[in-house]
Design a protein around this ligand. Structure first.
Ligand code: NAD
Length: 398
């Protein structure tokens, strides 16, 4: 299996293979970039058809986290973890503890959190083995918060805010009353989003590969339940992917009848060129890592000096509206697809992290803003882990 030359490798700093035969753990941790700070990203447990598929997924997800953090102005880098297995059958406390031990060996260069197939309870088990875990702090109930560390409500809240921006830009309306939406995947995020959209007056079509979840949500939100294969061609205004990635692809793109694509799933475009194709078809695409940053913002606030501040966290999430509006506007002005515009902005921020005021301040506090002339400063030429977040020792993993 190729790693350095894998199609999605894209200059990853580190890829760690984790194996624990006694618990059945087979996992891959990918750290894409730590220029802005330690790599934070969720852990996905999924029944991958092959190791190549798992590697491809983790590399794409981890890169997406670098872009997401930069776009949300967080002092974090991008990383992700995938565990090969069925979350309903293979997940065990022993497996999670073994994974926690691996995360710990990275000394804080990677911080783990929830993703598809993992929960707050799972992160608590991992937290027995390492302090480098988020998504477990108790959060007060309400919009964007539950009495748990679950980032999903914050993600759903951010997607709701982003959807409003996209609908306003494409359809010229600021309410959801009677808006027709097709929602794919009613898991942690999708279920909450369906609830908010139902309460806001939207008419829903939804699906899930688990029949019980789809039927339950369908009954609760007066929604039409359709089979996963037929969600794309529903006659709706908005398509909301809240399951897995690569759902906008050569097969599905021509079946879409929606004029807005905006949802929580990571890596919605199978390939960048699908963003261009959506634009050609006059479908407005809200770049996934911009609209789904709510959960990341939420868990990042757990690490703020002075502790978690819910109001500040919510105001931070609400900035997704302005960010998306700026992207849509720039896309209109330049004729470039929204995903390309978003990538350009994010790359400016993580490739030149020292332009960020908060990162500058942090470097100064740590005595890292030297007065060396540009000529003698070789830091920017050094590839690999940034100086701020080097681990205290070399991890014993490949
Ligand atoms: P989840 O596992 O709780 O929910 C995903 C749901 O999608 C499940 O119910 C699953 O059965 C369903 N599903 C899977 N494949 C499907 C298919 N082909 N058709 C229909 N349904 C399908 O995960 P989640 O936490 O709700 O996350 C959903 C997506 O949002 C993921 O891509 C995740 O990476 C992304 N995301 C989640 C968060 C978060 O805070 N949880 C944050 C950012 C991004």
């Amino acid at each position: 299996m190729r790693v350095f030359t894998a199609p999605a490798f894209d200059d990853h700093e580190q890829v760690v293979y984790c194996c624990d035969p006694s618990s059945g753990l087979k996992a891959i941790i990918a750290i894409h970039n730590t220029n802005r700070g330690p790599a934070l990203g969720g852990c996905r447990i999924w029944n991958y058809a092959s190791e190549e598929e798992a590697l491809h997924d983790v590399l794409r997800l981890s890169k997406g986290m670098t872009y997401k953090s930069a776009m949300a102005h967080l002092d974090l880098g991008g990383g992700k973890c995938v565990v090969i297995g069925d979350p309903r059958q293979d997940k065990s406390e022993a497996l999670l503890r073994a994974l926690g031990r691996y995360v710990d060996t990275l000394g804080g260069r990677y911080i783990i959190a929830e993703d598809a197939g993992t929960s707050v309870e799972d992160m608590k088990v991992i937290g027995e083995m390492t302090p480098h875990v988020v998504g477990i702090a108790d959060k007060v109930t309400g919009e964007g918060g539950t009495r748990s560390g679950d980032p999903s409500p914050a993600t759903a809240y951010g997607v709701f805010i982003g959807l409003r921006a996209a609908v306003k830009h494409r359809l010229g309306r600021s309410d959801f009353h009677g808006l027709k939406v097709a929602l794919q995947g009613v898991g942690h995020v999708g279920y909450r989003l369906a609830k908010q959209l139902h309460e806001a007056g939207a008419k829903l079509w939804l699906c899930d590969i688990y029949d019980d979840q789809a039927k339950h949500a369908g009954a609760e939100f007066n929604a039409s339940v359709v089979s996963p294969d037929h969600i794309y061609e529903q006659d709706v205004d908005v398509f909301i992917p809240c399951a897995l990635g690569a759902v906008i692809n050569d097969d599905t793109i021509s079946r879409l009848r929606a004029v807005v694509v905006a949802g929580s799933a990571n890596n919605q475009l199978a390939d960048d060129r699908h963003g261009e194709e959506l634009m050609r078809r006059k479908v407005l695409y809200a770049p996934d890592y911009v609209i789904n940053a709510g959960g990341l913002i939420d868990v990042a606030y757990e690490r703020q000096p002075g502790g978690y501040n819910r109001d500040k966290m919510l105001r931070h999430i609400e900035r997704i509206d302005d960010t998306l509006m700026e992207i849509f506007q720039r896309a209109d002005n330049t004729g470039l697809p929204s995903n390309v515009i978003a990538d350009k902005i994010a790359e400016e921020r993580f490739k030149n992290p020292e332009s960020s005021a908060s990162i500058k301040t942090k470097r100064k506090r740590l005595g890292l803003n030297s007065t060396r002339s540009k000529k003698s400063d070789t830091r920017s030429k050094i590839k690999g882990p940034g100086p701020l977040y080097a681990p205290p020792f070399s991890p014993k993993v490949s």
